[in-house]
Design a protein around this ligand. Structure first.
Ligand code: SF4
Length: 682
């Protein structure tokens, strides 16, 4: 393109939770490129997804451009009035026949805060239920629960720049940032070049291992034992911060008693590591002045996910490394606005700003603000809604921008759930695998076609700006929700996303000082930001913890729900690859990306591959108790013998046909990271 024929619209990357700032380059009504700008989190960097896969999907010929109604099993174009009237009629009927709690909604962690706020308002105020959730359920709900319980706030404690600049040691647990959050990965690598020592705790030899100080290649599912072992060594060697513990925490005695059992030898046996490495890691972490814990889904996506997260809090509190620069407990959130979808109350037990559904004062406050009588029952999580649909207790489901057929564990079980619904609405950009099951499909619009805000992993609210007009009759998402609400007898209208943010600030104390004018002035504000004078909160829990005192939790190690046996002898874990983002709905529509990464693969150790007669690139069949898929072998030593790893992006060779729908009791998060499989050559 010729530069003088284009304009540049500053916005936020629509892929991972890093929240990189960039210009969309626009020619006419078409996006023709992307360039980085100097955001707080990205410092002029963009990764391959941000640079190349953030604009082509917007103008893709696959975009949905008109509402569709399924008649006799076939989708037919419909007017907006026909489609929305049908949605309202069906949901009204279900509510009349089965009660409001037979309805549910899944919101979109990729869409803007303002859409998410209006979505949960629609479900609570117009559907009349708290059955609303978002994809954090299957990625970081364990962080929201675990950190809120121990520290008082379920979010990253320190900013990205703070934990990747001038820190002494990074304890990186269950996180592969060079592929999942590449700009953060690049900043960690730059820190390593400046002398930061990195301890990688991961079942795979991720690329950062090469330059790290230490790699603890623990078996997937043993995070709690690892953390207890670290704390055992720290206490035994007198490296705990006793003053911090005494002044700022509670629950220490029970923790001290429990971790006394977790000797390095015992932990080494559980985790399959060298006990001397555990001792070395504990000393390095405890003795460093600045040492953040950075973690990701390797900690959360377990049947003990919340306990794993609480174990991260335990370690940080034990050495007093919280509420200080260059320290803290830092979950890297996956989707661009999964932090925001949670903040906006797209969760069954929390209104916006984590105000509790179970608290009658909160209910009364929202009843007054929204002028409606609200349901007082805590709702179901998305992972409870799907089994409830199978059982016939959920009858109507509204899915906004999520694709559970591809993303949720045990795909067969998800198919049955969706087939068993009386009515399914899907609001989407593309005809996804889940949309194919819908009764009505509504075309929404992408981040490049709307104004709004995303909140990145470090709690920074940043602007998203409209660059192009949507195609066809696709509509602004919050306007669609307002029209549905109005048809359901709860009239609702907003002129703009800015007006919605004004309402969010009024009802959400932690967003009280966030306005579009201030976001323009500052480039972004980190919540809590309570008043117009409040500069925001880069580091949380300074002075006191948000909950008052930090709470230690004594957590015994429990095994994963399904471990290898004679029939399924390999322990499988799953994760993201650099080039693709989740279901590939966006990255899969970028030609260059597909040329580099067009198929799924399974990492298998050379020892196993030789025994099975499998060579690099061979097609293999992978089976679990739930299904069988075909994929391609990537042979090497990134995983231990008897362990394998698969990417989760590809509907062909969908790893979730195999994963186990075993759930954490607290966050109801699935155990994507451990299941038992068998492999045979094809
Ligand atoms: Fe986008 Fe994440 Fe890459 Fe940044 S690191 S450019 S936010 S995908």
């Amino acid at each position: 393109y010729r530069a003088w024929e284009t304009k540049k619209i500053p916005t936020t990357c629509p892929h991972c939770g890093t929240g990189c700032q960039m210009n969309l380059i626009v020619k006419g009504n078409k996006l023709v490129g992307v360039e980085p700008i100097n955001g707080a989190a990205n410092k002029n960097l963009l990764c391959v997804k941000g640079k190349f896969a953030s604009y082509k999907f917007v103008g893709s010929g696959d975009r949905l451009t008109e509402p569709l109604i399924k008649r006799n099993g076939v989708f037919e174009p419909a007017t907006w009035d026909e489609a929305l009237t049908l949605v309202a009629d069906k949901f009204t009927q279900i509510k009349a026949d089965h009660g409001a709690d037979a309805l549910a909604g899944f919101s979109c962690s990729r869409s803007i805060n303002e859409d998410n706020y209006v979505f949960q308002k629609m479900v609570r105020a117009a559907f009349g239920t708290n059955n609303v959730d978002n994809c954090a359920r299957v990625c970081h709900s364990a962080s929201v629960h675990g950190l809120a319980h121990t520290l008082g706030s379920g979010a990253m404690t320190n900013p990205i720049a703070d934990i990747t600049t001038d820190v002494d040691v990074i304890l990186l647990v269950g996180s592969n940032p060079e592929e999942a959050h590449p700009v953060i990965g690049a900043q960690i690598r730059q820190a390593m070049q400046r002398g930061t020592k990195v301890i990688v705790v991961d079942p795979r030899k991720i690329d950062l291992v090469k330059n790290s100080e230490l790699h603890l290649q623990i078996q997937a599912g043993t995070n709690v034992a690892f953390a207890n072992g670290m704390m055992h060594v720290i206490l035994k060697e007198g490296l705990a911060d006793r003053k911090f513990i005494e002044e700022k925490t509670e629950g220490f005695e029970a923790l001290e008693q429990l971790v006394a059992e977790y000797t390095p030898e015992k932990v080494a046996d559980i985790c399959h590591i060298d006990p001397n490495d555990l001792i070395k890691a504990a000393r390095m972490y405890a003795k460093a002045e600045k040492a953040p814990i950075i973690y990701c889904l390797g900690v959360t996506e377990h049947s003990t996910g919340t306990e794993g997260v609480m174990s991260m809090s335990n370690m940080a509190m034990l050495v007093g490394k919280i509420g200080k620069p260059g320290c803290g407990v830092n979950p890297l959130r996956g989707q661009n606005n999964v932090q925001g979808a949670c903040d906006m109350g797209c969760m069954p037990y929390d209104f916006p700003g984590y105000q509790k559904v179970a608290n009658p004062e909160v209910i009364e406050k929202f009843e007054k603000a929204w002028n409606v009588k609200l349901n007082r029952n805590v709702g179901m999580t998305s992972t409870q809604v799907l089994p409830a649909a199978t059982d016939g207790n959920i009858k109507g489901l509204y899915i906004f921008g999520e694709d559970p057929i591809v993303t949720d564990p045990d795909t067969n079980h998800v198919r049955h759930a969706l087939e068993n619904l009386d009515f399914l609405v899907v609001q989407e950009l593309f005809m996804t695998e889940t949309a194919a099951y819908a009764d009505v499909v509504l075309p929404g619009i992408s981040y490049a076609e709307k104004d709004g805000t995303f909140t990145n992993t470090e709690r920074r609210v940043q602007r998203v700006r409209k660059a192009v007009e949507p195609k066809g009759s696709a509509r602004q998402d919050f306007e669609i929700f307002c029209d549905v609400m109005t048809r359901l007898g709860y009239p609702c209208h907003y002129d703009s996303a800015k007006e919605i943010m004004e309402e969010i600030a009024q009802v959400t104390p932690t967003f009280g000082g966030i306005t579009y004018d201030r976001l323009e002035e500052t480039g972004g504000l980190q919540w809590p930001c309570r008043t117009l004078e409040d500069p925001g909160t880069p580091i949380m829990h300074v002075g006191n913890f948000t909950r008052g005192k930090g709470l230690f939790m004594a957590i015994p190690y429990k095994k994963a729900q399904e471990l290898p046996d004679e029939s399924y002898p390999y322990l499988m874990s799953t994760g993201r690859m650099l080039y693709h983002y989740n279901t590939r709905a966006m990255t899969g529509r970028t030609e260059g990306i597909n040329q580099i990464a067009d198929r799924s693969y399974i990492e298998i150790n050379t020892v196993d591959a030789n025994r099975l007669g499998i060579q690099e690139g061979d097609k293999v069949k992978v089976s679990s108790r739930r299904g069988t898929i075909e994929t391609y072998a990537a042979v090497g030593n990134r995983v231990f013998p008897q362990e394998v790893f698969m990417t989760f992006h590809f509907p062909d060779g969908n790893v979730n046909e195999l994963t186990n729908a075993a759930f954490d009791d607290i966050a109801i998060i699935p155990e994507y990271k451990v299941c038992a499989v068998d492999i045979v050559p094809v």
